[in-house]
Structures are given as structure tokens and as C-alpha cells.
Design a binder for this molecule. Structure first.
Ligand code: FES
Length: 84
């Protein structure tokens, strides 16, 4: 039971306790995590921190969304493209 949310580009994203940011974004229908190396998009892929496809900016710091636990009130946004 959780009513907690974080923010993805200003949009509230709900998550379950212990869920990763990548999993919560994926569950919310966010297929793209922002621009990657053109023409690809950043996205949830390996889920284990190996591919670096899910890099996002979390409260200003670049992180793997699949390894970063969602927490209430976090400000998450695209990492900036081309792996930052
Ligand atoms: S999905 Fe591969 S590093 Fe996160």
C-alpha cells in the first residue's frame, strides 16, 4: 500500500515500496527515458546496471534508473542525451 510518488519531468509517478525508478516509470507507460545516442532513446533494458541505457538525472545527479530506488518527492528527468 503506497500513495507515494516522485516526479518525472513534473509529472507524478506512483511507485511501490522498494521499486526502482526504472520499474516505476515503465509501469507508468514511460517507454522513453529521454534522448540517447541518436536515433535511440534511453530506456529500461537490462535492469542490472550493465547497459547504461536507463541513465536519468535524479535530484541533479546522473544515476541508473534501474538501480536507484524510487523515493517520495524525487525530481527525475532525462539525463541530457548521448549518455550525459
Ligand atoms: S537498464 Fe541497463 S543499466 Fe539500467
Amino acid at each position: 500500500m503506497s500513495g507515494a510518488t516522485f516526479f518525472w519531468m513534473g509529472r507524478s509517478i506512483p511507485f511501490q515500496e522498494g521499486e526502482s525508478i526504472a520499474s516505476a516509470l515503465d509501469a507508468a507507460g514511460m517507454v522513453s527515458f529521454g534522448p540517447g545516442v541518436p536515433p535511440s532513446q534511453m530506456r529500461f533494458f537490462c535492469g542490472i546496471g550493465a547497459c547504461q541505457c536507463c541513465l536519468v538525472r535524479v535530484d541533479g545527479a546522473t544515476r541508473e534508473a534501474c538501480l536507484t530506488a524510487a523515493a517520495a518527492g524525487l525530481e527525475v528527468e532525462p539525463a541530457g542525451g548521448a549518455h550525459g
